[in-house]
Structure formats: C-alpha cells, structure tokens
Design a protein around this ligand. Structure first.
Ligand SMILES: *[C@@H]1O[C@H](CO)[C@@H](O)[C@H](O)[C@H]1NC(C)=O
Ligand SMILES: *[C@@H]1O[C@H](CO)[C@@H](O)[C@H](O)[C@H]1NC(C)=O
Ligand SMILES: *[C@@H]1O[C@H](CO)[C@@H](O)[C@H](O)[C@H]1NC(C)=O
Ligand SMILES: *[C@@H]1O[C@H](CO)[C@@H](O)[C@H](O)[C@H]1NC(C)=O
Ligand SMILES: *[C@@H]1O[C@H](CO)[C@@H](O)[C@H](O)[C@H]1NC(C)=O
Ligand SMILES: *[C@@H]1O[C@H](CO)[C@@H](O)[C@H](O)[C@H]1NC(C)=O
Ligand SMILES: *[C@@H]1O[C@H](CO)[C@@H](O)[C@H](O)[C@H]1NC(C)=O
Ligand SMILES: *[C@@H]1O[C@H](CO)[C@@H](O)[C@H](O)[C@H]1NC(C)=O
Length: 499
C-alpha cells in the first residue's frame, strides 16, 4: 500500500515537472525590422507570426552585438553587466564578464530551473579568441550541450567549440555553411533530449550568423534578389547635417559606387535570411513530428537592427534611431493566441525574466527587465498589467581615432568613434512617440551624465524617419523633465529600472 502510494507520489511529481514548457529561442545577427527584412521570410510569417504574437514595438537597449547579447543573456542594461563595447578591453567576453556575469545568464538560470540546455551558434564576439584570455575549452556555466562559434559571425572558414573541443570548418556548403550547421545541431539536440528517456524540459539558444556581414548566401539562394535595391526611405541618401558629429561630419554623401555596394549588401542579407527561414521550418517540423508543439514556446528575435544608406551611413548599426534599435520579436506557444500583435514595448532585457517566469522560477532582484509572460498570455496593458512606456538606450563608441570603412574608391565612412557615445530615452505612449539622446566627448564609463556635448530630439509621430533634430524646439520644462528621467534610468538597477 505504502509502495503504491509512494509510486503515485513520484508520478505526480514528475507530471508537475514535465509541465514546464520547452523553450526555443532563435536569435539572428543584425536583422532589421524597420527596413522590412521579415518580408522575405514566408516560413517565419506562416509558422510564427500567423500562429502567435508579433511585438510591433520590440527594441534592444544597445544597438551593437556584444553589449546587446550580454543584455539578452543577463536581463540587464549595459551599465549593469558592463560589457560596453565589442572588444575585450571594454568587457566583451573578458575575464570580468566571466567573473561577474557568466553564472547569471540564461543557461545558468534555466539549468537551475531543471532544464536541459543547449547553445548553438554565435555567443559573444570574442569567444575563444586569444585576446580574451581563454580558449574553446571553456564552456560557459549552465549549458549541457555547447556548440559555440569562435569569434564573430561567419558562414564558412570558422571554428566552433563543440562541448569544449575546437572543431574547424571549411567552405563545403553541405558540411560547413554555418546557418545550416546550427540548424542540424539544434535538430539533433531535440532528438537526443527526447530519446534520452529523461523527462526534463529543454531550453535551446539558436543563434545564426545571418544576415551579418559578410552575408554569404547559400548557393541555391545566390542571386535570388538580383535587381532589388535597398529601400529608398526618406532618410536614405539624406545628409544628417543637424545630427551628432559622426553623421554630420564623418559621413560623406554616398557616390554611385557606394550606393551599389550598399545595394549589393542589402541583396545578400536578404538571401542569407532564406536559410534562416528554412531553419525555422525544419526545426518546427521536428518539434511537430515529436508531438512537442503543444508544450513548446518558440521565440524569434535579433540582437539589434540595421541601417543601409540612412543619413548616408552605409551598412551598419550603432546609432540611436529606430532602424538600429527596433528588432523582430515573434512568440508562439501554448496559451498564446494566434495571429495577434502587441503594442507593448518589449526589450532584449525582458527575455531572461520571461524564460525564468515560463519555467516557473523566481526572477532574481538584480534583473533589470520584466517578464513578458502576462503580455504573451493576452493580459494587455489596459486591464491587468501596467507596463513601461519608455526605456533607456545606451551606446559606447569604439575607436580613438575613429574606425572607418573604405566604401568605394573615393569614399571613407566612419562607422564608429569614441565620441559616438550616447544615452537616450525612447518613449512610446499616446502623444509621446519620441527619442531624446545626449552625446558625450568620449567612451568613458559610466557616462558623465551632466557633461554631454550634443543633444537630439525627434517626434516620430510627425517625423517617422527622424530627419529633423528638434532639440531647439523642445520647451525648457519638458527638457528638464526628460533629462531628470534619463539620469534615473542611466543609473537604475533591478526594480529601480521599472520606472
Ligand atoms: C491574421 O489577421 C489579419 C488581420 O488582423 C488577417 O488579415 C489575416 O488574414 C490573418 N491571417 C491568418 C493566417 O489568419
Ligand atoms: C557566481 O560565481 C561567483 C564567483 O565564482 C559566486 O560568488 C556566485 O555565488 C555565483 N553565483 C551563483 C548564482 O551561482
Ligand atoms: C585552454 O585553456 C585551458 C584552461 O585555461 C588550458 O588548460 C589549456 O592549456 C588551453 N589550451 C590551449 C591550446 O591553449
Ligand atoms: C554567387 O555568385 C557570385 C557571382 O555571380 C559568385 O562570385 C559567388 O561565388 C557565388 N556565391 C556562392 C556562395 O555561390
Ligand atoms: C549616378 O547615378 C544616377 C542615377 O542612376 C545617374 O543619374 C548619375 O548620372 C550617376 N552619376 C555618375 C557620376 O555616374
Ligand atoms: C500534447 O500533445 C500530446 C500528443 O498529441 C499529448 O499526449 C499531450 O497530452 C499534449 N499535452 C498538452 C499539455 O496538451
Ligand atoms: C570626435 O572624435 C574625433 C576623433 O578623435 C575628433 O576628430 C572630433 O573632433 C570629435 N568630435 C567632437 C564633436 O568632439
Ligand atoms: C571624457 O569626457 C568627459 C565629459 O563627458 C570628461 O569629463 C572626461 O574627462 C573625459 N575623459 C577622457 C579620458 O578624455
């Protein structure tokens, strides 16, 4: 009798545990939403957007890879995780990252919540590079399966750490094309977890190189978009003479050769996204085949946006404008209504607390973001949940002197500089759809908040493309109010970021 009772007791515990949902997080590299890149991914549309919730106002808090990915991994603003730039000296995959943050990332928390975790693809830009003081034998804490790209995004000729063993890849499409390799590894993981006999839920971080430069398309997609041009938005080829220094002074008016270079990059970016579309389809088909769809959440996101010729800045990110800070965010899963959109502001720092919440865990106090679970489950801002209507954007510029690309024979474009450093507030509420940003003389951290040397202000209801810096038309009281709020944001931590 007591044996039967015990068996039932164990069975019911297992049943409770198995209710924790699986989570698949797909993150692309440099994928814009404002310039319409999702329009070339019909499979993402059909399998995710039509079946789930599309966030119309999803943003990142820092528009460049390593700091933004560090925010995604930790749920923190940059001033709290302190990965300020893409290089090791400024925190990217540095010893300080490992000491301060690495055991408080998604992998660490999800494994503690009882999940089997798998990481596939790009981690942080300098992962396993000599400059970062470690090598591919280092598997960050919390990941049961680790398949992490050494260094930054590439499509061929790269190495990965496969559970701590470095593995070199060449340029054979069938064996080496990195988006496809990530796909196959992720699919194999689902097979291994489901066949292991373990009843634990799984968490997967699936991180593609597409559509990052060099944006090398798969052979079958090469030339798919021949003849297409980067979108000629009103800001395209427009001289941003009233903007901060790098744009007003470091950015020449694109000549025809540069225009063609940007168009070529635009086409290749779209072509690489077709392989991501295939990844989504095949991953979901695997989940479907294994009857896992009714207990699995799928998130689709990017580490930041991208601009292509806006204000003459050729292909890059690193600016506070919507092209660079807006990202795709689509979520499908049990309990999420189909084919819905949300206006709610969703941030990269919200992902970690959302995953912990979906897993039934406690969100730690030092996390800056908030769980999106109530939004996913349809509790809108209007009734049960009060939600943010603005957030902090931070950026520390790299390069002293500045970093530039040679775009065409005659033209050099600065793509970053130590004084392309800013903090700003992006607001999105009725009557206030604005960006306010302050710029600083160098990339000292934290920023000396009262010592800004330039300001910008845009009202996106009147000026959707952020053509006109209206700072001199803002009345002094409004300006003081925004600046006070910015000061609070720039030093916030944990719940004090939920202002
Ligand atoms: C999704 O909703 C939109 C209207 O909001 C509708 O036009 C469209 O047909 C729907 N799509 C599907 C696949 O149901
Ligand atoms: C993370 O590691 C640090 C240093 O090793 C340790 O002090 C801290 O307790 C760890 N945190 C957690 C949540 O495991
Ligand atoms: C990689 O790092 C580990 C741990 O620090 C060290 O033991 C090993 O010798 C290193 N391997 C190489 C090839 O440098
Ligand atoms: C794509 O086409 C270009 C030019 O037509 C060629 O140089 C390149 O090797 C092709 N790339 C791939 C990946 O097939
Ligand atoms: C640049 O391209 C434009 C539009 O295609 C054309 O009208 C113009 O003549 C070209 N300029 C030069 C210098 O080739
Ligand atoms: C999901 O579907 C499977 C197979 O169709 C079924 O056995 C299971 O009970 C379902 N789970 C939930 C949570 O609906
Ligand atoms: C920004 O830095 C560059 C390079 O150091 C310098 O030439 C330029 O004058 C600086 N701009 C401002 C506004 O300080
Ligand atoms: C950086 O700029 C700030 C003003 O924003 C100034 O106080 C500080 O001295 C500068 N630091 C360096 C190293 O130039």
């Amino acid at each position: 009798m007591s044996c039967i009772f015990f068996a039932l007791f164990v069975a019911s515990l297992t049943a409770v545990a198995s209710k924790q949902p699986n989570i698949v997080f797909i993150i692309t590299d440099d994928q814009d939403v404002k310039l319409d890149s999702l329009s070339v991914q019909p499979k993402v549309q059909k399998l995710l957007t039509d079946e789930g919730l599309f966030f119309k106002n999803a943003f990142v808090t820092h528009p460049v890879c390593c700091p933004s990915r560090s925010s995604t991994l930790t749920g923190k603003y940059t001033h709290n995780h302190q990965t300020y730039e893409n290089n090791v000296n400024r925190g990217c995959n540095a010893q300080s990252w490992r000491d301060r943050n690495e055991n408080k990332t998604i992998g660490a928390y999800m494994s503690r919540a009882g999940y089997t975790t798998g990481f596939f693809g790009k981690y942080l830009n300098n992962y396993a590079l000599k400059s970062s003081g470690m090598n591919a034998s280092h598997v960050p804490p919390g990941w049961h399966k680790w398949f992490g790209l050494v260094g930054n995004s590439r499509f061929y000729h790269y190495s990965v750490s496969n559970d701590g063993v470095e593995e070199a890849h060449g340029n054979d499409y069938k064996k080496d094309y990195f988006t496809d390799v990530v796909k196959r590894q992720a699919i194999a993981f689902i097979g291994n977890v489901t066949e292991s006999g373990k009843d634990s839920p799984f968490f997967m971080y699936v991180s593609t190189p597409a559509p990052h430069r060099p944006a090398t398309p798969a052979p079958q997609y090469n030339h798919t978009f021949d003849g297409r041009q980067a979108p000629r938005t009103p800001s395209y080829h427009y001289d941003g003479t009233d903007k901060h220094w790098i744009i007003s002074k470091g950015t020449p008016h694109m000549n025809n050769q540069t225009v063609e270079i940007v168009d070529q990059l635009f086409r290749q970016r779209w072509e690489t996204l077709l392989s991501v579309d295939d990844l989504v389809e095949e991953l979901l088909a695997t989940l479907e085949k294994k009857n896992l769809m009714n207990n699995t959440f799928i998130f689709y996101n990017s580490d930041h946006g991208y601009h292509l010729g806006q204000f003459n800045q050729q292909g890059e990110k690193r600016q506070p404008y919507d092209e660079d800070i807006r990202v795709p965010l689509i979520v499908r899963g049990p309990g999420i209504a189909k084919n819905q959109t949300a206006d709610t502001i969703a941030l990269n720092i919200d992902l970690l607390p959302t995953f912990i919440d979906l897993a039934g865990g406690e969100i730690p106090d030092d996390v800056d973001g908030r769980s999106l679970k109530p939004i996913l489950m349809g509790q809108t801002t209007k009734n049960t949940v009060s939600w943010r209507s603005d957030f902090l954007v931070e950026y520390w510029g790299e390069g002293n002197p500045c970093m530039g690309h040679m775009a065409s024979k005659e033209q050099v474009f600065l793509h970053d500089c130590h004084n392309n450093t800013f903090v700003g507030i992006r607001s999105l509420k009725s009557g206030d759809n604005t960006l306010y940003a302050e710029f600083f003389a160098n990339d000292s951290a934290p920023v000396a908040i009262d010592n800004f040397n330039f300001e910008e202000y845009y009202d996106l209801d009147k000026d959707y493309w952020q053509l006109h810096n209206m700072i001199h038309q803002v009345d002094p009281n409004t300006r003081t109010t925004i600046r006070d709020r910015l000061k609070k944001f720039a030093t916030c931590s944990g719940t004090s970021c939920h202002i």
